[in-house]
Design a binder for this molecule. Structure first.
Ligand SMILES: O=C(O)CCC(=O)C(=O)O
Ligand SMILES: [Fe+2]
Length: 344
């Protein structure tokens, strides 16, 4: 089965159509990028988990953050002060949009498929080309910061608190991102505000990803291997599991911890810290039985910002963030090829 070019078919629709047979060829990954069919039973490695509770000794906390950033670029935070009810409300918002509405109703919120990263309901991230393999994922992207970008009328109006929850979630994630960037700066012996000043005002997007059950999960990916382009991503997931982080050449599953938030360092933090901390390569795998939901909150520089290392001598070329984003959307992430090209 083939998906016609340009047709904004949603993966959820496909999942219903193809069950239980074969996925369309555009979703089949080449053998080298397919998920490992038999993950090694000896893989007990897990990303670090760090408590941010007020009882923590700050010197020790900085050291743990530094180690997690240096060794992994991804870690869980607990005791983060974001109400657990808000995390659950945000997950419920996502489930309600994808599972309680019919396709036609969802299509009212469709994003503009000709514009990269346009707000709303979509499936295809990259500019269309014959070479890219499609992801087994639908998403809903919300533009949330600066506050002037917020247009709640573009967000679903049900459940009745949907828009309120997104706005509060945005504010809480923003505050947590600021706190983490202070700690990350301090962990390198830099002034607390150093990374935030290098990034400037945050552009924040909240993307709810929905991965429908896939009849052939061994052939496809929910989201191909990539590092996030901006500065820092804060992610929550449901209890299904599917997020993986690449560590020393091995894909490590990030097991769901419902009250925790996953922190993922993105490319501009790698540039600003001059490679002391690397952005994490990650991907999402699918499964045949249960739909999976995640909510990723991205914190990025303005497209007009020029990002350069704050540590000298620089090992990365300075980059205009808008140019970096355009390249990513045209060429695709292909792991970390885009940021590797900036290394001096
Ligand atoms: O669904 C996930 O766990 C990963 C999402 C992600 O990496 C992204 O949206 O950039
Ligand atoms: Fe990501």
């Amino acid at each position: 089965m083939e998906v016609a070019a340009g047709e904004p078919i949603r993966v959820q629709t496909l999942s219903q159509l193809t069950k239980p047979s074969q996925i369309p060829s555009q979703y089949i990954q080449p053998p080298e990028t397919r998920p490992d069919p038999t993950p090694s039973p000896t893989t007990t490695k897990a990303i670090p988990s760090i408590s941010l509770g007020s009882h923590r000794d700050v010197t020790l906390l900085r050291r743990e953050i530094g180690e997690a950033c240096r060794d992994w670029g991804a870690f869980h935070v607990t005791d983060h002060n974001v109400p657990i009810k808000l995390l659950n409300d945000m997950r419920n918002n996502g489930r309600s949009f994808f599972e309680k509405r019919g396709v036609e109703d969802k299509m009212k919120y469709s994003c503009d498929s000709n514009l990269p990263a346009s707000e709303g309901y979509g499936s295809r991230m990259l500019v269309e080309s014959n070479e890219t393999v499609l992801d087994w994922r639908d998403y809903f992207d919300h533009h949330t910061r600066p506050v002037s970008r917020r247009n709640p009328l573009k967000w679903p109006e049900t459940p009745s608190n949907y828009r309120e929850v997104v706005a509060e979630y945005s504010d809480r994630m923003h505050a947590l991102a600021q706190k983490l960037l202070c700690l990350i700066s301090e962990s390198l012996g830099l002034p607390s505000s150093c990374i935030e000043e290098a990034v400037g005002e945050f552009y924040q997007n909240i993307t709810v990803s929905y991965y429908p059950p896939c009849p052939q999960p061994e052939l496809t990916l929910g989201l191909q291997s990539h590092s996030d382009m901006g500065c820092i991503t804060l992610l929550i997931q449901d209890d299904v599991g599917g997020l993986q982080v690449l560590k020393d050449g091995q894909w490590i599953t990030v097991h769901p911890v419902s009250d925790a938030i996953v922190v993922i360092l993105a490319d501009q933090t790698e540039v600003i810290t001059n490679g002391q901390y690397r952005s994490a390569i990650h991907r999402a795998i699918t499964n045949a039985n249960r739909a999976r939901l995640s909510v990723a909150t991205f914190h990025d520089p303005a497209k007009t910002m020029t990002i350069s290392p704050v540590i000298h001598p620089p090992r990365y070329k300075q980059v205009n963030y808008g140019d970096y984003v355009s390249l990513w959307y045209t060429k695709g992430p292909d792991g970390k090829r885009n940021i590797d090209a900036l290394q001096i």
